[in-house]
Design a protein around this ligand. Structure first.
Ligand code: N01
Length: 503
C-alpha cells in the first residue's frame, strides 16, 4: 500500500554503513530520514557473526570511524562483541535509535520519474517514498550454505558461521568445519578447545600471516582520552602502515614475493610436519584471496583432536561427509564457514530505475557503478560498499567513511539545491569502469585464483585497484559536471510547500 510519508532519505540497513550515514546526514543538518532494517537489532555483519573467536583482522584504531573515535579498545584487534558495543554506543551517543525502523524488510525499490522520488516497498507495511535512497545493506549480509551434493540429506546439526547456534553444545561432539577462509581460521582454534574432535575440510589453502594482538594498557587509554590527537596519530600510523602493504598485496610486484616469504616463514615456524606444511602451502599469489591474519590457526590444526582433510568432498550423507576417495567421515555437527551469497551480480533487492530499467539485469554480468556509489539510470540512489569498493589491504571503515561523506555531499546537493534528480552521466560511468578494469588486470585479485571477489566469469566487481588514499581522494567531493541535475518542478505530496529552485 502506498503510504503518505515522504522522507528526504531512506537508508536501507542498520549496519556500520547505515548508522554512519545517519550520523553524518544529521551532522550536516539533514534530519528527515529513516533507517529501514529487516532485523531486530543494529550491527549488520557484527550482529550476525557471533561465532566463537569472531574478531576483526584489521586493528580497531583503523576499523572505526574517525568521527567516532574510541579510546577504550581493549586490544589491538577487537572481538565481534566489542565492535558491536561500539556500534551500539554510536547509536546512543548520536541519538540515532529513534530513526531506525526494525523489522522493515525492503522488498522492492522503484523510481517515480514524474514525482521525483523512490517508492520503497516494505514487506507487510505501507510503502515509503524517499527523495534519495542509500543502499547500506552490505555485501556479506546473506549467509549461504554451499551447493554441495547431498547437503539436504545430512541428519546431524548444520551451522553456518554467520548464523551461529549458541544453544548447541559442542562439548564432546564430533565436528566438521567446511572451509578455510577468514571465518574458519577464527572458528577452528575455539572449537578444538571444546569439541571432542574437529575435522577441517580444506579446498584451497590460503596465505596466512601472523597476527600479534596486544592488550591496550590503561595508561594508553587514558592518554587517548585526554589527548585525542594522540589517537588520531596512532590511527594515521596504522593507515600508512597498511598503505605500504598495498604494494605487495594489491599489485603483483616483487613485494608480493616478500609477503609470500613472510607467509612461508610463518608456516615453517608453526608447522614442523613437512607433509602438513605441504598441504597448507598456497598455490596462488598472496593477496589473490583475502590474506588470513592469525597466529592461532596452524597450532589449532595440530592439536591431537584436530585433523585437516584435503580430499575433496564428494557428497554429504545422512551421517556425515563422504570424500572422493570413498571414506565417510561421521559427525554430530557440521559447521559451514563457506562464505556468503555475495551480490556482485544482480542486486540484493529488486531496483527499478528511470525508464523501467532493472538494475539486476544491468548487473547480471557483474555490477558496475561510478566510484562505487552512483549508477546511471538510477538517480538519487547511492550505494555504500557498492561495486569495486573493497580494500584488500586496509580497513573497510576507511573506505566506508569516504563513501558516506560523498553521499552526504550528494544528498545535500539534492535537498539544498531542491533537485528533482541527480544522476551520474553514463559516459562518465563507462569511462570510469573501463579505466578500473584496465587497472584491475594488474592486481593480485585477477591473478588466477577463484574468490568471492570475482564473478563466475572472472569479472572483478568487488575490489578497488589502488591505495586507500586514492579511493578516498576520488570521493572528496561530488563533481557536478559528472552528474545531470534536474531541478524540482513538482511539490512532493504531503509536504510543506518549498520554494522551487530554477537553474
Ligand atoms: O568466506 P570465504 P569467509 N566445498 O568465502 C570454502 C569477511 N570476514 O566467511 O577457497 C568446500 O572467504 C572456500 O574454499 P575455496 C572477509 O571479507 C572478515 O571465511 O573457495 N569448501 C573457502 O575456504 C572475508 O573475505 C573477517 O576453495 C567450500 C571458504 O569455504 C569474507 O568475510 C572475518 C565450498 C569460504 O571462505 C568471507 O569470509 C571473517 C564447498 N562447496 C570474515 N564452498 C574479519 O576479520 C566454499 N568453500 C574482518
Amino acid at each position: 500500500m502506498i503510504g503518505s510519508e515522504v522522507l528526504d532519505v531512506a537508508i536501507i540497513g542498520a549496519g556500520f554503513a547505515g548508522i554512519g550515514t545517519a550520523i553524518r546526514l544529521r551532522n550536516s543538518g539533514i534530519d528527515n530520514f529513516a533507517i529501514l532494517e529487516r532485523g531486530t537489532a543494529v550491527g549488520g555483519t557484527w550482529r550476525d557473526n557471533t561465532y566463537p573467536g569472531a574478531a576483526c583482522d584489521i586493528p580497531s584504531r583503523l576499523y572505526s570511524y574517525s568521527f567516532a573515535p574510541n579510546p577504550n579498545w581493549s586490544h589491538t584487534y577487537s572481538g565481534s562483541g566489542e565492535i558491536l558495543d561500539y556500534i551500539h554506543t554510536m547509536v546512543r551517543e548520536f541519538d540515532i535509535e529513534s530513526r531506525i525502523r526494525f523489522e522493515h524488510n525492503v522488498i522492492d525499490i522503484a523510481w517515480d520519474e514524474a514525482a521525483g522520488y523512490w517508492s520503497v516497498r516494505i514487506d507487510g507495511r505501507d510503502d515509503v517514498r524517499a527523495r534519495a535512497v542509500v543502499m547500506a545493506s552490505g555485501p556479506l549480509a546473506n549467509a549461504s550454505l554451499p551447493n554441495i551434493r547431498g547437503i539436504e540429506t545430512y541428519e546431524g546439526h548444520k551451522i553456518h558461521s554467520a548464523r551461529w547456534d549458541h544453544d548447541y553444545d559442542f562439548a564432546g561432539k564430533k565436528v566438521a568445519v567446511v572451509g578455510t577462509g577468514a571465518s574458519a581460521v577464527q572458528i577452528v582454534p575455539e572449537l578444538v578447545k571444546i569439541a571432542d574432535t574437529v575435522k577441517v575440510f580444506q579446498r584451497t589453502p590460503g596465505w596466512t600471516l601472523p597476527r600479534v594482538n596486544r592488550k591496550t594498557k590503561d595508561g594508553t587509554k587514558r592518554r587517548f582520552t585526554r589527548y585525542p590527537q594522540s589517537q588520531t596519530l596512532a590511527r594515521s600510523m596504522w593507515f600508512w602502515g597498511h598503505e605500504s602493504v598495498a604494494l605487495g598485496v594489491v599489485w603483483k610486484t616483487p613485494l608480493t614475493r616478500v609477503v609470500e616469504l613472510v607467509g612461508r616463514a610463518h608456516l615453517r615456524r608453526q608447522v614442523r610436519d613437512p607433509w602438513l606444511r605441504r598441504q597448507l602451502t598456497p598455490r596462488f599469489r598472496a593477496g589473490c584471496k583475502r590474506l588470513l591474519m592469525t597466529s592461532e590457526y596452524y597450532p589449532a590444526l595440530q592439536k591431537p583432536n584436530c585433523t585437516l582433510v584435503t580430499w575433496p568432498i564428494a557428497t554429504l550423507a545422512p551421517k556425515g561427509i563422504r570424500t572422493v576417495e570413498g571414506v565417510e567421515h561421521q559427525f554430530d555437527a557440521i559447521v559451514f564457514a563457506t562464505g556468503f551469497d555475495v551480490s556482485n551480480t544482480g542486486t540484493p533487492i529488486p531496483i527499478t530505475g528511470r525508464d523501467n530499467r532493472v538494475l539486476a539485469d544491468e548487473w547480471s554480468a557483474g555490477a558496475k557503478a561510478y566510484k562505487s556509489i552512483a549508477v546511471s539510470g538510477y538517480p538519487n540512489m547511492f550505494f555504500t560498499f557498492g561495486p569495486n569498493s573493497g580494500p584488500g589491504h586496509s580497513s573497510a571503515l576507511v573506505y566506508m567513511e569516504a563513501q558516506i561523506e560523498y553521499i552526504v555531499d550528494a544528498v545535500s546537493s539534492i535537498i539544498d539545491g531542491d533537485l528533482q534528480s541527480l544522476e551520474v552521466r553514463q559516459d562518465v560511468q563507462d569511462a570510469y569502469n573501463a579505466e578500473l578494469q584496465r587497472k584491475l588486470d594488474k592486481t593480485t585479485w585477477n591473478s588466477g585464483c577463484s574468490s568471492w571477489y570475482l564473478t563466475e566469469d572472472g569479472f572483478n566487481a568487488t575490489m578497488f585497484p589502488g591505495f586507500a588514499t586514492q579511493y578516498v581522494n576520488q570521493l572528496r567531493r561530488v563533481e557536478r559536471e559528472d552528474y545531470t541535475a534536474v531541478p524540482r518542478v513538482l511539490e512532493l505530496p504531503n509536504e510543506p510547500a518549498r520554494a522551487v529552485a530554477h537553474s
